[in-house]
Design a protein around this ligand. Structure first.
Ligand code: B1M
Length: 215
């Protein structure tokens, strides 16, 4: 199979929500020596972009989107060890979560993988995380960074609420980085986030930079 054919098969497996084939094609791609980042971006994320487009156009409904998300997760179980292995070890703790009211976790999971790959110990609070839970996690442990994800325009303001709560309740609030499809650098600046990641890899890079600066 050519590289293009493997990546197209991977995209189709995500678009069709084929939970069996998606991880198999990741295996095929790895066996063919494709690098993990290419498999992620040109296979899995390219497939997910088509799913999003079809949902927007009314060709897909929630059940189809959910099935594609499951195929994506199955594929990620094979790919995530490779993504982590590509990076070097460092030394800091990050709390990660999708904000209150938001159940999207694929991007957040990718951020967690990339942060681990960048050497962070990751405490993943999951989805639908209220501001209090972010604050509590920072009280329970010495946390160097908080990473928040939001996929809905309606849940973005929860990022600001969580930042305000950390500032109010913690003597030394850790820096917060934010990301997610509707989030922008301008929004991050406006709500006082320390950093913004356009994608999971650049989020991890920003996180490393912030923690290196903090010493
Ligand atoms: Co939802 N959904 N969804 N959905 N869904 C979107 C986000 C939407 C854009 C679809 C659309 O209309 N085209 C739309 C939002 C519109 C808006 O607000 N502007 C939408 C909607 C409306 C909804 C519901 C309200 C639908 C409904 O019920 N009527 C509902 C809301 C539920 C809720 O959260 N309360 C809903 C539900 C769902 C499912 C449950 C079916 C499912 C989620 C399953 C799951 O996550 N386990 C789902 C999915 C899968 C999507 C789409 C199709 C794909 C999202 C995804 O996983 N993308 C999405 C359309 C789209 O985005 N194209 C859509 C792949 C993922 C890797 O990308 O999460 O963007 P993403 O992460 C990226 C970057 O954003 C970045 O890194 C990643 C890439 O490396 N990133 C960060 C993310 N977080 C970061 C944090 C960082 C740094 C970078 O630093 C901390």
């Amino acid at each position: 199979m050519s590289t293009t054919a493997i990546l197209e098969s991977l995209q189709s497996a995500i678009i069709d929500g084929d939970e069996q084939k998606a991880p198999q094609f990741v295996q095929t791609a790895l066996a063919d020596k494709l690098d993990a980042q290419t498999i992620l971006e040109k296979g899995l994320l390219a497939g997910m972009a088509v799913v999003g487009q079809r949902f927007r156009d009314g060709d897909y409904f929630l059940p189809e989107v959910l099935i594609s998300a499951e195929a994506m997760k199955a594929a990620m179980t094979v790919l995530s060890p490779m993504l982590k292995a590509q990076n070097v070890k460092a030394r800091a703790t990050a709390v990660v979560g999708t904000v209150r009211g938001d159940l999207h976790d694929i991007g957040k999971n990718l951020v967690a993988i990339m942060l681990e790959g960048a050497g962070f110990e990751v405490i993943d609070l999951g989805v639908d995380v209220p501001p209090e839970k972010f604050a509590q996690a920072c009280r329970d442990r010495k946390v160097d960074l908080v990473a928040m994800s939001a996929l809905l325009t309606t849940t973005m303001p929860e990022m600001e609420s969580a930042i305000r709560m950390l500032q109010r309740e913690l003597p030394n609030p850790p820096p917060v980085i934010i990301g997610g499809a509707p989030v922008t650098q301008q929004y991050a600046d406006r709500i006082g986030a320390a950093g913004y990641g356009r994608d999971a890899a650049s989020g991890a890079e920003v996180a490393r930079g912030l923690c290196a600066k903090a010493g």
